[in-house]
Design a protein around this ligand. Structure first.
Ligand SMILES: *[C@@H]1O[C@H](CO)[C@@H](O)[C@H](O)[C@H]1NC(C)=O
Length: 196
């Protein structure tokens, strides 16, 4: 489902990571590698928001380092405030998936309105960050119904301090997006994290 919805989720997740980088619940590491990234839609088969493609390279991804990504998806409903995103982060521990709690806005957290979060991160009226600006992709609510495509784009991933619980291992992150009791879509990603 690389719909606007999930693009949203990613942007918010990154933003939250960056913000948390300043907190004292972090550990500085030299390099982090992310391996075996995979994704799937996890909502109803007829969910209004779906990711159609999502490609990330290289494998493994190194942080800090360069990342290439392309994505496309659609939403059949307008995504407007209040737009909820509920994240469930699970880590594999001794063969079991264990839910990571929400600590300091990171982990398995429910966000009541990502529209408001986006307005805080990117002042309305300002150009959207690249590569969104180049492809005329929006970064504020409301996101109109339609198809959204991000052609293959290069990103530099800067060194960020990770939260203390983000240790080596396999992770699953499920992001549900919805509003006022309705679920619009769900995206699940899996990856393995290793830091040195
Ligand atoms: C998110 O979780 C809240 C409860 O914390 C629930 O009321 C809401 O329906 C959930 N939204 C989605 C999109 O899953």
């Amino acid at each position: 489902m690389r719909s606007r919805a999930s693009l949203f989720v990613s942007l918010c997740a990154i933003a939250v990571c960056v913000r948390l980088g300043a907190s004292d619940l972090t550990v500085t590491r030299t390099y982090v590698t992310v391996m075996g990234f995979s994704w799937a839609n996890c909502g109803a088969p007829d969910a209004p928001a779906m990711m159609k493609s999502l490609e990330v390279s290289p494998d493994p991804i190194t942080i800090p380092g360069d990342l290439s990504a392309s994505a496309s998806g659609y939403t059949k409903v307008e995504l407007s405030s209040p737009l909820q995103v509920n994240l469930t982060v699970e880590k594999e521990v001794a063969g079991f998936w264990v839910k990571v709690p929400c600590v300091d806005d990171l982990g398995s957290c429910d966000y009541d309105d990502v529209c408001a979060l986006l307005d805080q991160l990117i002042p309305p009226g300002q150009d959207c960050p690249e590569p969104l600006h180049t492809y005329a992709l929006p970064c504020h609510c409301p996101f109109k119904a339609g198809q959204y495509t991000l052609p293959k784009s290069d990103f530099y991933l800067p060194n960020v301090d990770l939260p203390f619980w983000l240790t080596n291992g396999n992770y699953q992150v499920e992001a549900k997006i919805g509003s006022q009791g309705k679920e619009f879509g769900c995206l699940k990603v899996e990856f393995a994290l290793h830091s040195a």
